[in-house]
Design a binder for this molecule. Structure first.
Ligand code: OSB
Ligand code: MG
Length: 368
């Protein structure tokens, strides 16, 4: 296949439920949609997951646009490609910028799945017919409100709940949830808000039968996490610290975590995500698919990836209606009893809804 034309659209989507972490609130999601067309007219779709500000990792919406326009699109356009794995190698000379790479690599995977008349899940080697999902709850104004929100999600069928924590909003919040919901499959995500000096707080969290503690320490750390893991019974799950297969290999070797959250954007694409999945399967490290408040295209890619056999823990892929008044795909992603059916249609399995996409687009650029 050869990509002959790429259209980038900048979308702004109002969020039904604003999302607050230790770093701030997202109430409007901005993203780039990558539409890639091959020589036979097949179009594949990808989505950038970087936020407007670099609080999660260093990438932003603008840096992803810059990398796509000035480096990645020129590398990819008009190149003959046999398999999407080759995109990973083509982009290897460009350091990091994983979210920019993943958005365009995802579009190539979508084209490849259509050319070979498979669903994206099948093209990746996924076998699950349905995937189990949980929900991630942002920081709430009060513990009472947090517990109400959690109960509303349980009522919708979500089987696992993750809450965000930060210093001053941690042990007592978890204690209050446990008092009311003793058996809820519960985990916490700190987005790097602690250091080893806070070990007392983190050790107190060990008493609440949490499924895991996600990314307690620095975004780029695996050494302190290894020290911490030795002092905790609860598995540490690494998110921000794992940006590649090599990061995962080193973290597992050091004993820095018991679980890995795989995000396609954070690791530079589906090929790298699959490599990390395969490594963790061999090393018996459970994995799950993280979320980045994706719109429908990114959500569809997450579902396809999660169909791989070693995604044995529920991911953060909520249904479309959790975040969006109207999603950009048709049909929308639906969660029933905590499960999403994996689409068997060719490609990503959901059609881009051009009426809604056009309505939300604030600028467009074409490269050919
Ligand atoms: O750390 O997993 C995270 C959202 C934005 C940035 C980082 C994270 C999250 C979430 C929500 O936890 C995941 C989602 O619902 O998409
Ligand atoms: Mg996280």
């Amino acid at each position: 296949m050869r990509v002959e034309k790429i259209t980038l659209r900048h979308l702004k989507m109002p969020m039904k439920t604003p999302f607050t972490t230790s770093f701030g609130t997202v109430d409007e999601k901005e993203l780039l949609l990558v539409e890639a067309r091959d020589e036979s007219g097949i179009t594949g779709w990808g989505e950038t997951v970087a936020f407007v500000a670099p609080w999660y990792t260093e990438e932003t919406l603008k840096t992803t646009w810059h990398m796509l326009q000035d480096f990645l699109i020129p590398i990819l356009l008009h190149k003959e490609i046999g398999h999407p794995d080759e995109v990973n190698s083509l982009f290897a000379p460009i350091r990091r910028n994983c979210m920019a790479k993943a958005s365009i690599e995802g579009a190539v995977w979508d084209i490849y799945a259509q050319l070979t008349k498979q669903s994206l899940a099948q093209a990746l080697g996924g076998q699950k017919q349905r995937i189990e999902v949980g929900v991630s709850v942002g920081i709430q104004p009060s513990t009472a409100q947090l517990i109400e929100v959690i109960k509303s999600h349980i009522a919708k069928g979500y089987k696992r709940v993750k809450i965000k924590i930060k210093p001053g909003y941690d042990v007592e919040v978890v204690r209050a949830i446990r008092a009311e919901l003793p058996d809820l499959p519960l985990m916490v995500d700190a987005n790097s808000a602690y250091t080893l000096e806070d070990i007392n707080i983190l050790q107190q969290l060990d008493d609440f039968r949490l499924l895991m503690i996600e990314q307690p320490l620095a975004t780029d750390d695996i050494v302190d996490h290894a020290t911490l893991q030795k002092k905790l019974k609860t598995p540490i799950c690494l998110d921000e610290s794992i940006t590649s297969f090599e990061d995962a290999r080193r973290a597992i070797e050091l004993g820095s975590c018991g679980v890995i959250n795989i995000k396609i954007g954070r690791v530079g694409g589906l090929t790298e995500a699959k490599r990390i999945h395969d490594l963790c399967k061999v090393k018996r490290i459970p994995v799950w698919c993280g979320g980045m408040l994706e719109a429908g295209i990114g959500r569809a890619h997450n579902i396809a990836l999660t169909s791989l056999s070693h995604f044995i823990l529920p991911g953060d892929t909520a249904g479309s209606s959790h975040y969006w008044y109207e999603d950009i795909i048709d049909p929308e992603v639906v969660v029933k009893d905590g499960y999403i059916e994996v689409s068997q249609s060719v490609g990503i399995g959901y059609a881009p809804n051009m009426t809604i996409i056009d309505k939300l687009t604030i600028s467009t650029e074409v490269y050919q």
